[in-house]
Design a protein. Structure first.
Length: 214
């Protein structure tokens, strides 16, 4: 394990990074911002003064910290995510359970992606690739049409829309952009094609954003 590796993989972007398993002895930091790592976390020194004036650091030819790096007030423990990143190359602070948890998490993500693909295919088929708003069918080859599916309440944070037909609408790329930018309102009456029901919650959510975007 090296400081520069941790600096890089955790995107800390310090100009000087040093690692010591027990956090009690280091060479001196000479470029700032600098970072010191031990097996469980790190301390960032934004400026040389932060380093030189720290009362816990015993700065001589080398650096000694009697009670270890973690005794510093601004010591930051690695997050679970950071430990996962570090574990990619084997790290002795490793939690073996993470491997199993990771596998379960990845399988779950794959399941969600497949489910999403299924729903997207279903709704495109339901509308025969025709835009529900303007009835455009984009021809992309012999008897081949293109459409897009818009999630009315976006998936993921901070919107947390659900991945279900009632939150989806089949549209052409033009209408899709307009929906994404909340440039048009959305209501059942304006839909030229209606073979499924969009939830009123999704519609209200869109229109609220539409009013704010005006
Ligand atoms: Zn359209």
């Amino acid at each position: 394990m090296t400081g520069s590796y941790l600096n890089k993989i955790l995107s800390i972007n310090a100009r000087h990074a040093l690692y010591r398993h027990d956090g009690k002895w280091y060479h001196n930091l000479t470029r700032f911002p600098g970072v010191l790592f031990d097996k469980n976390g790190y301390v960032i020194f934004h400026k040389r003064d932060d380093y030189i004036n720290n009362p816990i650091l015993q700065i001589k030819k080398d650096l000694h910290i009697t009670d270890g790096l973690e005794s510093l007030a601004n010591y930051v423990k690695f997050t679970k995510r950071e430990i996962e990143l570090i574990n990619g190359v084997g790290f002795d602070g490793e939690d073996k359970n993470d491997t199993k948890e990771n596998t379960i998490r990845v399988l779950r993500e794959i399941e969600i992606i497949l489910r999403k693909k299924n729903l997207v295919a279903r709704i495109k088929k339901l509308y025969n690739n025709t835009c529900q708003i303007c009835e455009t069918k984009v021809l992309i080859g012999k008897n081949k049409y293109y459409s897009e599916v818009h999630h009315v309440i976006a998936l993921g944070k901070p919107h947390n829309g659900i991945d279900a037909l009632e939150n989806m609408i089949c549209v052409c790329p033009n209408c899709h952009i307009e929906l994404d930018f909340k440039a048009i309102p959305l209501n059942e009456n304006m839909l030229k094609l209606k073979h499924h029901t969009i939830s009123s919650k999704s519609i209200d959510y869109h229109n609220k954003a539409y009013l704010l975007a005006e």
